[in-house]
Design a protein around this ligand. Structure first.
Ligand code: NI
Length: 466
């Protein structure tokens, strides 16, 4: 289903590549782009693309002034590394956009010449104008002979249609067309293959380098950097003793003021610092991780598990599950569980749907309890430490599930004060499973907080939460 991910290269090949994920939970926007300090041009065009896409999406999906609600639309942008050598890097971006009734994916591949950083396009892969014309002819032939492409009327390909060209391991050129771009007769995404022997004679010098960088990629080593730095964190030994597994602590949330802090979308670069804070504050928490981030930082998942935290599934692509087919939902959850299992030898015990978007079908397919929240810190929106602290402390009630995101440094910075503030109000920090207590959680059911204890009012001290 998601060919884009399986075909992309491991981003660890670029030691200074940073994955920047951002989500707007209310408008259902999720973007995951790359920033590469040693290739400033790549950072610049990736940021620009995200900014333009988000602005265009927001412009087209304005809130209903009478109700303040947003249309059920979705934007999901993800970058993938597809070619890399000392001279060349390529980043492919697929952007899914739906207006609520239907949607499609657009593809774009950005090529970079690393010698003197330049952003290049598909045309730069080819030599003379004749070579370019011949390539387009091959693409047209392949497209019209494809049984899925019913493009009888297609005579010529506009250059703008060819903005995502890559090479596979055999050196064939793969041309990805945006959904529906070849006319109403096409079905779903179309990838056209031009054979290696046809394409090789047409390539420019850069195109030849690009093809090699796709067929046999080599890691990027920055000037002055040793080979050891290529795999950061790998094999790093840790000396922390494991924290107390929460189930051994004998906490009963029916008689104690409990709160479950939850962190979504990670692990990210700051998750290690967050785990340090949680350990100091004796605060077992729950992490809803995405598959790609679990793949990127398995050591963080191992730390979570060994320090008494709970790990939940936040799907692979962070798509709104209510707009996917059953098979797609299953794949989103299963792929992520595979990655979690690979890191900590067991699949996720809980699932949180991206954007909180769920229905009876997605709940059933989760095959674990589905966890929502009753305290939304809006940390993704304001990125303001003071506001995160304020929301978490003021809105929490006994049995609350607090939503935060460990991909935002402003949130990680807020946690020490949240811990001391809630502790002052008499709260004990627990995982979601502990919070729900012996009555427990049921697979396929959704929960936004624990049942409120009857004695709630007596417990409220100081300023009452909202
Ligand atoms: Ni999320």
């Amino acid at each position: 289903m998601d060919r884009q991910n399986t075909d992309s290269l491991p981003i660890s090949l670029v030691p200074d590549l940073e994955v920047v994920a951002q989500s707007d939970e209310h408008r259902r926007i999720y973007t995951r782009h790359f920033e590469v300090p040693s290739v400033p041009e790549a950072t610049r065009v990736q940021r620009e693309l995200v900014k333009d896409e988000v602005e265009a999406f927001k412009g087209a999906n304005v809130p209903d002034v009478s109700t303040g609600t947003f249309p059920v639309a979705e934007l999901n942008l993800r970058s993938h590394l597809t070619a890399l050598s000392g001279q060349v890097m390529a980043i492919r971006v697929n952007t899914y956009e739906s207006s609520g009734t239907g949607g499609g994916t657009r593809y774009l591949t950005q090529w970079f010449a690393l010698g003197g950083p330049r952003v290049l396009g598909t045309r730069d892969l080819f030599d003379s104008d004749d070579d370019w014309a011949e390539f387009k002819e091959f693409v047209l032939q392949a497209a019209t002979s494809d049984t899925l492409v019913l493009t009888g009327s297609l005579r010529e390909l506009d250059d703008s249609l060819l903005d995502s060209v890559n090479f596979d391991a055999q050196g064939n050129a793969l041309v990805e067309f945006d959904d529906n771009s070849l006319g109403a007769g096409t079905i779903g995404p179309v990838t056209v293959t031009v054979a290696a022997e046809q394409v090789s004679a047409l390539l420019s010098d850069f195109g030849a380098l690009a093809r090699t960088a796709s067929m046999s990629p080599s890691p990027r080593i920055q000037p002055g950097q040793s080979q050891d730095a290529v795999a950061p964190e790998a094999g790093r030994s840790r000396s922390q003793e494991p924290g107390p597994p929460s189930s051994r602590r004998g906490i009963d949330c029916r008689t104690e003021k409990c709160v479950a802090l939850t962190f979504d979308d990670g692990p990210g670069p700051k998750t290690g610092a967050l785990l340090d804070s949680l350990r100091r504050g004796d605060a077992p928490s729950t992490f809803f991780v995405t598959g790609p981030n679990a793949m990127l930082r398995p050591d963080m998942l191992q730390r979570m598990a060994s320090e008494g935290h709970e790990i939940g599934n936040h799907t692979w692509n962070h798509r709104s599950l209510t707009s996917l087919s059953s098979a797609q939902i299953r794949s989103e959850i299963d792929r992520t569980n595979d990655m979690i299992s690979r890191a900590v030898n067991q699949p996720a015990t809980l699932m949180r749907p991206p954007f909180g978007a769920h229905n009876s079908i997605s709940d059933r397919l989760a095959s674990t309890p589905v966890i929502l929240w009753d305290v939304d810190t809006l940390d993704w929106k304001h990125r303001n430490t003071e506001k995160v602290v304020d929301a978490a402390i003021k809105q929490t009630r006994p049995g609350s599930i607090v939503l935060m995101h460990d991909i935002h440094p402003s949130t990680v910075a807020a946690v020490p004060r949240i811990l001391s503030g809630l502790k002052d109000k008499g709260y004990t920090f627990v995982t979601v499973t502990e919070l729900m207590g012996p009555a427990g959680l049921e697979a396929g059911e959704s929960y936004a907080h624990a049942p409120r204890p009857a004695k709630l009012d007596n417990w409220e001290t100081g300023k009452a939460g909202r």
